[in-house]
Design a protein around this ligand. Structure first.
Ligand code: 4IP
Ligand code: ZN
Length: 154
């Protein structure tokens, strides 16, 4: 599948398992028509760490990482430009938070991912910030499944 965009970005752990830490890792991201894939590094020996099918994506928006972005690994603490990719996997919603190096790079990723999932049911509402310490840090809602507190660009 043809590569539409690829770059090194920081990702927040998605915490699919309940007892895993919130942390940030640098990963090599590759966007194709079919999926957004991330690898431990670039090059031949790269190992795949995760894959989000584009047809499962329902939300692509800018984001706020808040306090927790201080956990971004040392040496990577220059200003970051976060955005989020919301998708559904086996009936459960997940949000992948990514941080680009430049505002223009963030806009390009958002634009390119949206173009690929434009036909999917778009969610009208989303949370601009992260779920942390058992609440949404944007609106203080205490249920993870609480309806989003901001309107998506659509
Ligand atoms: C891991 O932390 C990494 O952040 C994983 O990211 C992440 O998986 C894990 O969360 C999280 O526990 P440790 O390396 O300290 O174990 P990556 O796959 O990029 O290495 P995600 O789902 O974010 O890929 P879980 O709970 O989602 O497995
Ligand atoms: Zn919210």
């Amino acid at each position: 599948d043809e590569v539409i965009r690829e770059a090194f970005m920081i990702k927040r752990s998605q915490n699919k398992k309940i007892f895993t830490p919130v942390n940030y890792k640098g990963r090599w991201f590759v966007l194709t028509r079919k999926a957004l894939i991330y690898y431990d590094t670039d090059g031949q020996k790269r190992k795949e760490r995760g894959r989000i099918p584009t047809d499962s994506i329902h939300t692509v928006e800018q984001a706020q990482l808040g306090e927790l972005s201080k956990q971004i690994p040392d040496g990577d603490n220059e200003k970051r430009y976060p955005f989020q990719v919301g998708y559904t996997e086996q009936g459960t919603d997940y949000t992948l938070y990514l941080a680009a190096r430049e505002h223009s790079e963030r806009l390009n990723w958002i634009h390119d991912i949206r173009k690929l999932c434009i036909s999917n049911t778009r969610r009208v509402q989303y949370h601009p910030a992260v779920w942390a310490a058992r609440k949404w840090t944007c609106c203080d809602a205490e249920r993870r499944s609480a309806l989003g507190c901001a309107l998506a660009a659509g």
